[in-house]
Design a protein around this ligand. Structure first.
Ligand code: BT5
Length: 259
């Protein structure tokens, strides 16, 4: 994938600008970066605080897959970013389904594998991903992946999950250009592999990086249900057992909270 980068000093939301470009026919690989966003958005209309110093960018993809599998792309990007952060800076980043990046505290003894904590650990949110898409006859026409990672920026005083930044984890600032280079290279690499061989390698990495506990509460529009996490489906959905039934959760339906 060849990237075409557009850098702005200040935007309301990189997703909004890129969605306009996507509708106008911009090619896959178009990236919009803003030094700050004045109306950054999270999921479900939530606000995303985006002052200077953070990595706020959106990437346009046109994956030739059914819209029903769009969840694969969110997982792919989360897993790619976790790998870039682990390999680039040794920070033990995990993924929280569907599209959050979390850092455990205290840090585990080793970044890869051994010592990866599950219970009794606090997690802080390093970043998140907001996927927006348009479909045509059940296929994806365009998909805009909005990525927000706290790098050197100030953190929100109040957030649903305590926030952290890359600079805070390392104890020193990180050049934003270097972060963006590594992040975009990791995503391009994994996206091309996904197009040629499918989702299975992403699914396996997700299993190694997931911070979900075995039991979660699923919050739906009709209330909270206790569920057992069984894994990730081939279309990026979370497979859970609730009572007698096994269901696949799509990202837009639920939020999860550890019990
Ligand atoms: C997300 O939403 O985590 C997706 C965030 C995506 C932001 C990117 S930035 C580039 C692109 N352009 C946009 O306009 N958006 C994308 P969600 O899971 O709904 O989390 C939102 C919640 O996180 C908020 O309700 C706050 O509690 C908290 N929050 C807000 N700003 C934060 C920050 N900078 N760091 C950590 N938590 C934050």
């Amino acid at each position: 994938m060849t990237y075409q980068l557009f850098l702005f000093d200040s935007l309301s939301s990189t997703n909004d600008l890129l969605k306009g470009l996507a509708c106008g026919g911009a090619p896959e690989g178009t990236v919009v970066i803003a030094r700050e966003q004045t109306a950054g958005r999270g999921r479900f209309g939530r606000r995303w605080l985006s002052p200077k110093g953070g990595a706020w960018f959106s990437l346009l993809l046109r994956p030739p897959i059914p819209a029903e599998q769009a969840g694969c792309i969110a997982i792919l990007i989360a897993v790619s970013l976790a790998r870039a952060l682990r390999e680039g800076w040794g920070v033990p980043v995990g993924v929280k389904w569907p599209n959050d990046l979390y850092v455990p505290h205290p840090h585990p003894l080793s970044v890869n594998g051994e010592g990866w904590p599950q219970a009794g650990v606090r997690y802080q949110k390093l970043g998140g991903i907001l996927i927006e898409l348009s479909t045509n006859a059940a296929q994806i026409d365009w998909l805009v992946a909005g990525i927000g990672i706290n790098v050197n920026n100030e953190l929100p005083a109040e957030a649903r999950v305590p926030p952290t930044s890359l600079a805070r984890e390392l104890g020193h600032p990180v050049p934003l250009e270097e972060f963006l280079d590594r992040a975009l290279a990791a995503i391009a690499h994994d996206y091309e592999r996904f197009l040629s061989e499918g989702f299975e390698f992403v699914r396996q990495r997700w299993q190694e990086l997931s911070v979900l506990p075995p039991r979660v509460l699923v919050r739906t529009s009709s209330g909270e249900i206790a569920a057992e996490v069984l894994g990730l489906s081939q279309s990026g959905k979370l497979v859970v057992r609730t009572g007698e039934s096994v269901r696949e959760l799509a990202t837009e339906e639920v939020t999860l909270c550890p019990r």
